[in-house]
Design a protein around this ligand. Structure first.
Ligand SMILES: [Zn+2]
Length: 137
């Protein structure tokens, strides 16, 4: 794989910036700030979610997500993966809503932890909890 450096890129127009951002491609904004490509950042979680998946499945989920070339479509997709699994009672008497994160593959739908889910799509937790969605805390 070719290593992409900042100097390789000319500045992109605003439209190009947005488009490249959706696609997870690297871009340079009008101030010359370099935004690296979206990358999968799969941490080894204690539940070993990674071991459920084949290597090419992990790549395919990421590529399909990046192919949803606008923010709305990506958010709709992310929301569709999150299921409300009720609430759990914490020891301090408070309740916390519990969510499940589903990855749909052709062979099955697989539930993974949030950490793995975010890493798999290269998004942060905050992306799952955008204002206006139904699963905010
Ligand atoms: Zn996990």
């Amino acid at each position: 794989m070719v290593k992409i450096t900042k100097s390789f890129y000319i500045k992109h127009t605003r439209f190009e910036q947005q488009y490249r951002n959706f696609l997870g491609l690297p871009y340079v904004n009008s101030r010359g700030t370099f935004y690296p490509a979206r990358v999968q950042n799969i941490a080894d979680c204690s539940c070993n979610c990674r071991k459920i998946f084949q290597r090419d499945e992990i790549r395919a989920v990421f590529e399909n997500f990046n192919r949803l070339a606008n923010h709305t479509a990506q958010n709709v997709y992310l929301q569709g993966c999150v299921e409300n699994a009720g609430a759990e009672n914490l020891s301090n008497g408070a309740t916390r809503r519990v969510f499940r994160y589903k990855i749909s593959l052709s062979r099955a739908s697989i539930y993974v932890c949030q950490k793995f889910f975010c890493g798999l799509h290269g998004v942060t937790r905050s992306r799952l909890r955008k204002k206006g969605t139904t699963y905010c805390d």
